[in-house]
Design a protein around this ligand. Structure first.
Ligand code: MTE
Length: 311
């Protein structure tokens, strides 16, 4: 987010046409894509889900954008790097270590974390860089997982960590490291327990492509996208506010809360509006909504707080 200026390039200019046209033309173009060093998207397993009312009124962004325009610095800092490089990540077997201020600390295998039937939830995603998408997630409430380990009364925050595996994560290799690893994030316990906060294992009814944070990533729809940490291996309940990657890098620009707020600008750009990804070149910017449109559900969490101070 800081090493390159935000590029106002539509994904249509950075992705070969055959990658975002329909699947049939993708297959037809597969030879050319291979020759160009771009592998066609692999087929993903369907997940067992139940429909919910979340986002029933939202139109999802085309899958090609959701899976082709990503931020995942472990695989490079360019928007197209994660799709190009994340295929190398082994996501099975996978386990998550859950500990800290809990009665039942445990290292759980992914199969023991993910419910057999998950939920379809369509959420807005607003990146702090000023662009947005609508993503149809498959996931389950983080509160269900936290209940299994029984948080203690002294637990006030939840800390998350992404995998560190330089041999499979190209962005973690080499001389130039854009961030310190692991990527870390945190939530207040009541934010983590909120029904809107989910752990996602899929998009579009299928398992997550690696570039979207496979096999397990956080989704907190009323906060800027960087709070939604990918490929989680560790969850720790703490008494003190945990560190978070972008706050460590630039504390004046990225605060712990990072709630989407059109009235609190980033020091270097306005947050009043957003560029809708997939909307085409001529689409006007759209006004950004308070708490990304989830004000009714989450405003209570911040009652009485100065949101300029706790940005
Ligand atoms: N998680 C990790 N581990 N590393 C990252 O670089 N980028 C964040 C977030 N989670 C990031 C991450 C940012 S800035 C955004 S906007 C979202 O992931 C993007 O999610 P998406 O690529 O699935 O749209």
């Amino acid at each position: 987010m800081i090493y390159r200026p935000v590029r106002n390039i539509p994904v249509s200019q950075i992705t070969p046409r055959e990658m975002y046209l329909n699947r049939r033309s993708l297959m037809a173009g597969a030879g050319a894509a291979l020759a160009a060093g771009m592998l066609p998207a692999p087929a993903f397993a369907r997940l067992e889900t139940k429909a919910t009312a979340y986002g029933a009124d939202l139109e999802p962004t085309a899958k090609e954008y959701v899976t082709g325009y990503n931020n995942f610095y472990e695989f490079g800092v360019g928007k197209e790097d994660p799709a190009a490089n994340a295929g190398s990540l082994t996501t099975s077997p996978w386990s998550v270590e859950i500990g800290g201020l809990v009665a039942k600390p445990a290292t759980l295998a992914l199969e023991d974390i993910v419910p057999k039937v998950q939920e379809d939830r369509i959420y807005r995603l607003r990146c702090v860089e000023g662009w947005s998408m609508v993503i149809p997630w498959v996931g389950f409430q983080l509160s269900d997982l936290l209940a299994k380990v029984e948080p203690l009364g002294s637990a006030k925050y939840v800390a998350f960590e992404t995998l560190v595996r330089p041999d499979e994560m190209s962005g973690q290799r080499g001389f130039f490291q854009p961030l310190d690893w692991p990527y870390v994030e945190g939530l207040r316990l009541d934010e983590a327990m909120h029904p809107l906060t989910i752990l996602a294992t899929g998009i579009y009814g299928e398992e997550l492509p690696n570039q979207n944070g496979a096999p397990l990533r956080l989704v907190v729809p009323w906060k800027y996208g960087f709070k939604s940490i990918k490929s989680i291996v560790k969850i720790t309940l703490t008494e003190k506010q945990p560190p978070m990657t972008w706050n460590i890098v630039l504390p004046n620009e990225y605060g712990f809360y990072s709630n989407v707020n059109p009235q609190v600008d980033h020091p270097r750009w306005s947050q009043a509006s957003e560029r809708v990804i997939g909307g085409g070149l001529l689409t006007e910017r759209k006004p950004t909504l308070m708490f990304n449109g989830y004000e009714e559900e989450v405003a209570d969490l911040y009652a009485g707080m100065d949101l300029k101070k706790f940005f």
